[in-house]
Design a protein around this ligand. Structure first.
Ligand code: NAD
Ligand code: MG
Length: 396
């Protein structure tokens, strides 16, 4: 039986992964090693019982008593906190889903790769914050990273049987998010609720807001560069409001391979779960007569400064991605808390990058997980200072 773990089981990707594991036979087909979550311990306990997991881990120590009570008599071990997450990642597994949101997902994924596990990577922040290190760790331990982000799964599938040297361009599609049709002048006033109203996909709250600001696409451009090793100039972004083409690969003979499917993350998760085979998946089938047309438009620079910043980050590489991701997470926290405006997030990230460039040699890649986490922590302090400075300037 295949041994599987899911980090971030109670989130949007985690729920879809759980659904596929259950449909695939649950505990009769998979030996579930670890399931992890946050404060939603009721759901975590339900999942752990259903899959007969070895261990259920909550990220929060103060939730341990509840989790223990919920799993009493179930035979599932319980644990809490960051060290417990790391310990869970050390348990031998064949397939590990990395679906924690944010840089917090990096350590468990790296540890799983060190054990030689196949890492199904939904946590795009891992590749942005520590791309070179993550891919090197996988190579060193003979482990595999399989993309789960829908765009990267699409590209991965469009590359099957092809030579990466013949790739001319990679075209990432973007829905444009909740505010794509808003006039530019109004964007500055966008509220959290407005940025959360994604037209096509149902996702966790952070990635949904990142879709509206295109910070999500900015992370994905960097993710593409780090995962597939193509040059930044080969990566393009196009807004495709229907979100049915999940991305495209253009080859040296002018041919373009596009990946199409319903907006359902169970496709990309299922592809990574069943890889290298393709198995039936419970996703809707497309009806082209009903769809009738697909549309495209170029992203405007003025609307999406995040895309420009991603190019700057790729030009520097090294620790620039670590700083970019950390600053983006802090700016997003401030937007969610109401202490910065929608368009101000990019300014916070840009100021943090400039400030950190004066403090560190950003182009030097981090050589260890500890160095990534140290840079991440420092960038968060600087980003918080930038956000406070902005607040003070607004008041005066
Ligand atoms: P989510 O917010 O729905 O779920 C996040 C999960 O991580 C939850 O289980 C939560 O308890 C856990 N978590 C949050 N903070 C944590 C911390 N500090 N330590 C440990 N656990 C923590 O998020 P999501 O939408 O499922 O996204 C998960 C990851 O997948 C993100 O990196 C996101 O960018 C990526 N992704 C998501 C989608 C999607 O459709 N939702 C698509 C592509 C990529
Ligand atoms: Mg995506």
């Amino acid at each position: 039986m295949r041994r599987v773990s899911v980090f971030g089981a109670t989130g949007s990707i985690g729920e879809s992964t759980f659904d596929l594991l259950l449909r695939g036979g649950g505990h009769l087909a998979y030996q579930t090693v670890a399931l992890t979550g946050g404060r939603n311990v009721t759901r975590l306990a339900e999942m752990a019982r259903a899959l007969r997991a070895e261990v259920a881990v909550t990220a929060h120590e103060d939730c341990l008593t509840d989790l223990r009570r919920l799993l009493e008599g179930s035979g599932v071990q319980v644990a809490a906190g960051e060290a417990a997450l790391r310990e869970a990642a050390e348990r031998p597994a064949d397939w590990v889903m990395s679906a924690i949101v944010g840089a917090a997902g990096l350590a468990p994924g790296m540890i799983a790769l060190e054990q030689g596990a196949t890492l199904a990577l939904a946590n795009k922040e891992s590749l942005v914050t520590a791309g070179e290190l993550l891919m090197q760790t996988a190579a060193r331990h003979g482990a595999r990273v399989l993309p789960v982000d829908s765009e990267h799964s699409a590209i991965f599938q469009a590359l099957v049987g092809e030579d990466i040297a013949t790739v001319e361009r990679i075209i990432l599609t973007a829905s444009g998010g909740a505010l794509r049709d808003w006039p530019l002048e109004r964007l500055a006033t966008a509220s959290v609720a407005e940025a959360l109203a994604h037209p096509n996909w149902s996702m966790g709250p952070r990635i949904t807001i990142d879709s509206a600001s295109m910070f999500n696409k900015a992370l994905e451009v960097i993710e593409t560069r780090e995962y597939f090793g193509v040059a930044p100039e080969q990566i393009e972004v196009i807004i495709h409001p229907e979100s049915l083409i999940h991305s495209m690969v253009g080859y040296s003979d002018g041919a373009i391979m596009a990946h199409l499917g319903a907006h359902d993350m169970r496709h990309a998760i299922g592809y990574a779960l069943n890889w290298p085979e393709r198995q039936e998946l419970p996703v809707a089938r497309l009806n082209f007569a009903e769809i009738a047309r697909l549309s495209f438009r170029a992203p405007e620079d003025a609307r999406y400064p995040a895309l420009r910043l991603a190019r700057e980050v790729m030009a520097v590489r090294g620790k620039a991605g670590t700083v970019f991701n950390a600053a983006k997470e802090v700016a997003l926290d401030h937007f969610i808390a109401g202490s910065c405006g929608f368009l101000e997030m990019a300014g916070i990230v840009e100021d943090t990058l400039s400030c950190m460039a004066g403090q560190l040699t950003l182009s030097a890649a981090p050589v260890s997980l500890a160095e990534v986490l140290e840079t991440d922590a420092l960038a968060r302090v600087r980003a918080a200072e930038m956000a406070d400075k902005l607040q003070r300037e607004k008041r005066t």
